[in-house]
Design a protein around this ligand. Structure first.
Ligand code: SF4
Ligand code: SF4
Length: 288
């Protein structure tokens, strides 16, 4: 494939993703107004041989997948060099109206936020399937890591429970954002978002990351200021040392999930109060 061909293919995928999010009736909060769950997505690419994938594996644990490892699970019959793989990563930003509603809440999630967590994530799942389908129709082998039957949560010695593929860490490697004090990824569209990824046999240049530190955009780490997400957490699961995953999960499991079940009819892992009413809610905060 020529260089022009490569660019066209990546642009083609990006456009398909943006158009699908914009036009699909499934991008919906499924409320009375049928408001969209997500705003305009951000899309970026990393290459399968990016050293950060192996570093991540070393950091999280041997169970964590690199792109070639997960691709081999999906296509054991193919022999593919690591640098022949592209990792397509996207960010689905919460809409302004959902963020506004959630900002008023102090201890329980706004209904729109919980709808985005439930129906918006179902749409994200559909988007993963669609991207794989579009690529396979174009004779490009592709797989969504979270749709592999082997995808699961395990115990990381360093981080407690962790899955064998992280959408947020993948977005970080693709250049879409850096981590904040609360563990959320601060992207150009902010931290109030969900993300996803697909790995495909596709020529791509190495990712261009506009940062060198994993927490460059967070004001707490870069300037020793802010800490607003600490105040937003009703579970005291964020402090100057970072995010206490166990405390966070307990609050969601015991408080917010049963609360959401009453209104939406099923338990939903919805909280994210630490993602709004903060300087990194909808963009990269200004460094002074
Ligand atoms: S609210 Fe402030 S301290 Fe928390 S992640 Fe955002 S920039 Fe960092
Ligand atoms: S998701 Fe909720 S409980 Fe967890 S850290 Fe954020 S505000 Fe706290």
């Amino acid at each position: 494939m020529s260089d022009n061909g490569k660019v066209k293919t990546l642009e083609w995928i990006e456009k398909k993703i943006v158009d699908f999010v914009k036009n699909s009736p499934e991008n919906s909060l499924k409320n009375d107004e049928n408001r969209p769950a997500w705003g305009t997505p951000l899309v970026a690419f990393a290459r399968g041989d990016d050293a950060l994938f192996s570093e991540q594996k070393k950091d999280i644990g041997p169970f964590y997948w690199t792109p070639p490892e997960l691709f081999e699970l999906a296509y054991p019959e193919l022999t593919i060099a690591d640098d022949e793989l592209a990792v397509i990563s996207w960010i689905l930003p919460q809409t302004r109206l959902t963020r506004q509603a959630h900002r008023h809440e102090k201890s329980l999630p706004a209904e729109a936020w919980s709808r985005a967590r439930l129906y918006g994530e179902q749409f994200n799942e559909l988007l993963r399937s669609k991207i794989v389908e579009w690529l396979r129709e174009a004779d490009i082998p592709a797989v969504a890591p979270l749709q592999l039957p082997q995808w699961q949560w395990q115990e990381s010695k360093r981080y407690g429970f962790a899955s064998n593929w992280s959408e947020r860490h993948t977005a970080y490697i693709a250049g879409l954002g850096t981590f904040g004090l609360s563990d959320g990824l601060i992207t150009p569209a902010g931290k109030a978002m969900r993300c996803g990824s697909v790995v495909a046999r596709l020529p791509v240049a190495p990712a261009e990351r506009p940062y060198t530190k994993y927490n460059a955009y967070c004001l707490f780490y870069s300037q020793g200021t802010c800490g607003k997400c600490i105040e937003r957490c009703p579970a005291e699961a964020i402090n100057h040392s970072g995010h206490d995953k166990k405390r966070c999960a307990a609050y969601i499991g015991e408080i917010t999930s049963p609360y959401v079940e009453k209104s939406l009819g099923e338990p939903v892992s919805s909280c994210g109060l630490c993602q709004v009413a903060i300087p990194c809610e909808a963009g990269i905060p200004q460094q002074k």
